[in-house]
Ligand binder design. Sequence first.
Ligand code: THG
Length: 290
Amino acid sequence: METILSSKSKTVIISPERPTVLIGERINPTGKKRLAAALMEGNLEPVRTEAVAQVEAGADVLDVNVGATGVDEVELLPAAVRLVMETVDVPLCIDSANPEALRAALTVYKEMAPHGKPLINSVNGEEARLERVLPLVAEYGAAVIGLTMDDDGIPATARKRLAIAHKIVARAESVGIPRQDIVIDCLALAVGADSQAGRVALDAIRMVQEELGVNLTLGVSNVSFGLPERELINLAFLAMTIQQGVNCPIVDVAKVRPTVLAADLLLGRDEYAMRYIKAYRKRLAAAARC
Ligand code: THG
């Protein structure tokens, strides 16, 4: 099962047989006061800086999210997409809950990369979102992330999350979106609030992988919310989710890439440890320059 994304001249293939694809999460004002303030003033310069830094750190795809209170996403999301596409040549994951903002961003993506294919983040099992966003994805020939939640929220059991994934895949296929263009996100909640939150997400990932065969993403960092030394928990969890079937996580690339390369190596996705060693040498060279 291959999900093929593309920018102006770069193709990224998400597949269980290939190394993990890293979607950079840092173009997002959540928890970043300075970025939020800049976006509110219509200043997109920090977006450019984050785009360059993440690609330099090894991001394969960039998530672009400008959602903050006081921001007009219909205006700012397409502007951010344009700026990022002028700055770096990687496919984008366009992240908004606003269908009008998604349409405006898709229009810019098509203008900047006529043969390109972005990932739309996201739909979920809610009727209103399925009805509004899936036709947009089909019209623009994009790929789409489906979150395993619906009008009743995020289910507490893996089986119910799997049922929502089935529903999203069926609805997407019914409007002409092929299964390989659907990426499922099983959603990780905080283990600090519910000790079973990690376990449930890991079980759901495995079930969705086995029953639907689709590619899987995950926003990993939620799992450690409210606990000390979050990075430790995030990295342990990330390795486990990759083993279960996540193959395009949304992450802080600079922080997680070495761990992901180690996980890929251990799962037989890095022949002769070439990628692992290449990244090690790059870190050595960077340290020597300091
Ligand atoms: N699934 C899908 N998309 C998503 C998410 C998901 N998009 C948004 C989010 N979750 C993933 N992106 C982020 C972006 C930032 C942070 C976490 C997830 C974050 N920011 C720091 C904070 O809040 O403390 C800021 C830290 C910093 O400044 O470096 O944690 O789950 N499909």
